[in-house]
Ligand binder design. Structure first.
Ligand SMILES: Nc1ncnc2c1ncn2[C@@H]1O[C@H](COP(=O)(O)OP(=O)(O)OP(=O)(O)O)[C@@H](O)[C@H]1O
Ligand SMILES: [Mg+2]
Length: 331
């Protein structure tokens, strides 16, 4: 892994009136890697990204992007970065393709290159059929995808993506992940904000969790999950008399003591190794002749991370934890 930081922030403070949006944020992104900035609504993700992208001035602290001080030389920083905002910023009256090509023009890229790259990106985001229609006829999700395509046309050295997959369907989400992986393979540094541990898991080498404008945890997503207790296998047995046998069968494949709940006929045991452990568990229970009513591998969600780190849930929109990870933000 490269060791030179592409982004460094130290003690960044930002207030909006009486609201302290950033309360001494520290951040470092190594060159050529993806950092996931994870946090609930209002944590300060967008504010941090806007400061790094020179769209907002910090009240205190320092930040450097590509080795350049964002407050002293905003124009030089802008030349090195690409930014996708949380809300799509595209021209309504141009077609999808014209929007992407126009952005390429702003970066002074060769027209032939821009045309090829535009086609490639429009295809990646499923917009080929709509490419020649004015954007005012696009749906919200289509605008979002177009905004992403436009921001990626120039292959910036450092890319800021603010909740890039919010509101995207699964296919476009995967398309974006592929584009990001390609860019990183070519050396781009990415700072990505998200509310989904799953997404940070997929893309980011390192994850920084923030809450109320402060870093509350940092590490790989594996480290964070382990910190909150890691994965657990939960088995519901058919016959409550077999609970002890189930616990004994799971013991060799689990990392620690299991917990049995006679009322729910459930045994829960800590494990590592992902879904292969599930197969091992089914086999072990089968050999012990324990009938299985239900078996799941429960992975920690962002909600679990928050609950464990802060003692409070990740606020409004997480009141009903959704294990499928498919929940979307309301706006
Ligand atoms: N222009 C502004 N004026 C006043 N308050 C603001 C402004 N921008 C942000 N805030 C406040 O600063 C805090 C951090 O907001 P920010 O948008 O950075 O959060 P976020 O982590 O991006 O949230 P979300 O997940 O909802 O996008 C919030 O309390 C927000 O209300
Ligand atoms: Mg935001």
């Amino acid at each position: 892994m490269a060791s030179k930081p592409a982004v460094v922030a130290r003690g960044v403070v930002k207030r909006f009136g009486t609201v302290v949006a950033l309360d001494g944020m520290d951040l470092e992104v190594q060159e050529g890697t993806v950092l996931g900035l994870l946090g609930p609504n209002g944590a300060g993700k967008t504010t941090m990204v806007r400061i790094l992208a020179t769209l907002l001035k910090a009240d205190a602290g320092t930040a450097e992007v590509a080795g350049i001080d964002v407050a002293k030389h905003p124009n030089r920083v802008r030349a090195a970065i690409g930014l996708t905002g949380q809300y799509a910023a595209v021209d309504e009256y141009l077609t999808g393709r014209e929007n992407v090509v126009m952005v390429g023009g702003l970066y002074h890229l060769k027209p032939a290159y821009v045309r090829d790259r535009a086609d490639e990106l429009l295809d990646r985001f499923g917009l080929t059929d709509a490419a020649n229609r004015p954007v005012k006829t696009y749906s919200g999700g289509m605008r979002r995808r177009l905004d992403l395509a436009a921001s990626l046309v120039a292959k910036p050295r450092i890319l800021f993506l603010d909740e890039p997959t919010t509101g995207l369907d699964p296919r476009s989400r995967m398309g974006l992940w592929e584009v990001i992986e390609d860019l990183v393979a070519e050396g781009t540094t990415v700072l990505l904000t998200t509310q989904y541990l799953e997404e940070a898991d997929q893309l980011a080498e390192r994850v920084v969790v923030i809450d109320r404008g402060k870093v509350i945890a940092a590490g790989t997503s594996e480290e964070l999950k382990t910190q909150v207790g890691g994965d657990r296998i939960e088995v519901v047995v058919e016959d409550p008399a077999k609970l002890a046998a189930a616990a004994a069968a799971l013991a060799p494949i689990s990392d620690g003591a299991s917990v049995s709940d006679p009322v729910e006929r459930k045994v829960s045991a800590p494990v590592t190794g992902g879904s292969t452990v599930l197969v091992d568990a089914v086999r072990a229970l089968d050999e012990a002749q324990v009938g299985i009513a239900d078996i799941v591998l429960r992975r920690p969600t962002l909600d679990d991370v928050f609950l464990s780190l802060t003692g409070h849930a990740a606020e409004e929109e997480t009141q009903q934890p959704d294990k499928s990870n498919s929940r979307r933000r309301a706006r």
